[in-house]
Design a protein around this ligand. Structure first.
Ligand SMILES: C[S@@+](CC[C@H](N)C(=O)[O-])C[C@H]1O[C@@H](n2cnc3c(N)ncnc32)[C@H](O)[C@@H]1O
Length: 301
């Protein structure tokens, strides 16, 4: 029996058959749901994402790959889209049995013989050139259809950089595009945990100096060292929950990547306390701008 798993449910929340294939794009190494053939899967367990376009895309892809009559379990925290899941599945022609426990809604359905609206939901959630952004992006990717205000502030403060560098948590590559505008930049390694962002960044960074890698910065293997600079807008949410350790891990990885004297430019929401991590990993850390709820920091190793 072939089972797909989308996401990382809390232990004990649902039964996950052994050998299930992970298809969440934010698990490096996972399979691509969009590449799985139609009607080839026996069972799917989906921790549904909260964004409507992203959720409908994932549910439609799951219904596309399930064999007719195969079972689907879709669930989500009640306050993060769980209470709207049933309606979403009914919109695809599913008959849904719903239950609730541990603040989640669970929707059990069978793949109908003739689901409705799959193509439209898949088209609405697929990667595309977003006119307002001037770049490729996809619903579900961080700030998918607009430049993040924190990144905009960092872009406004960045000096002209040179040498070898990295962009940690590169997203679809908007910050990296700005960095690569400097001809003195000789290489830029761009890392992100989200396969969708990485695929878009590969489109957007059509530059031989850029390499894009699908990787978790927390588990970085130290294969990039001696860099002249790092730029980053570190995440502070993991699976929708604030996780300050995530940004701290980015600060530590940036310091490990840099040569002595190398510089890290980062933007952080004002309320995030990175000072201790910066002081431990860098020789100096200077706030270059503090406005609009964001701090721009230049840290030198
Ligand atoms: C605040 S966004 C910045 C995106 C992009 N640099 C920009 O300015 O638009 C943070 C990015 O970090 C990525 N990310 C989150 N956790 C990560 C991790 N553990 N390792 C690598 N990237 C991660 C997210 O997918 C997201 O694209």
């Amino acid at each position: 029996m072939t089972t797909l798993l989308y996401g990382a449910p809390a232990p004990g929340l649902v039964d996950i058959p052994p050998g299930a294939t992970q298809v969440s794009p934010i698990v490096p190494g996972s399979a691509d749901l969009a590449a799985i053939p139609d009607a080839s899967i026996d069972h799917a367990v989906i921790l549904a994402p909260g964004g409507v376009l992203e959720r409908d895309y994932v549910l439609a892809q799951a219904l596309r790959v399930l064999k007719p009559g195969a079972s689907l379990l879709a669930f989500a925290p009640k306050d993060k889209g769980g209470s709207r899941l049933r309606k979403a599945l009914e919109g695809f022609g599913c008959t849904v049995v719903e239950d609730a426990r541990k603040h989640h809604r669970f929707c059990h359905a069978k793949r109908p013989a003739e689901p409705t609206g799959l193509d439209a939901a898949i088209a609405a959630g697929s990667p595309r050139l977003v006119p307002g952004l001037g770049a490729w992006s996809q619903p579900g990717v961080f700030s998918w259809d607009r430049l993040d205000p924190g990144s905009a502030r960092l872009i406004g403060q960045l000096p002209t950089l040179s040498g070898h560098g990295a962009d940690l948590g590169c997203g679809v590559g908007l910050l990296a595009t700005r960095v690569l505008a400097s001809p003195a930049v000789t290489s830029l390694a761009c890392l992100d945990i989200d396969r969708r962002a990485v695929a878009c960044a590969e489109h957007n960074l059509d530059d031989p100096r850029a390499t894009v890698r699908w990787a978790d910065v927390r588990q970085w293997d130290d294969s990039l060292v001696g860099l002249d600079f790092v730029v980053m807008n570190p995440p502070f949410h993991d699976g929708g929950t604030e996780d300050r350790e995530l940004g701290v891990a980015f600060v530590r990885t940036a310091a490990r990547m840099l040569r002595r004297g190398g510089v890290c430019w980062l933007v952080a929401n004002r309320h995030l306390p990175y000072e201790a991590a910066l002081a431990a990993a860098f020789e100096t850390a200077t706030v270059r701008d503090d406005a609009g709820g964001y701090k721009i920091i230049e840290a030198r190793k």
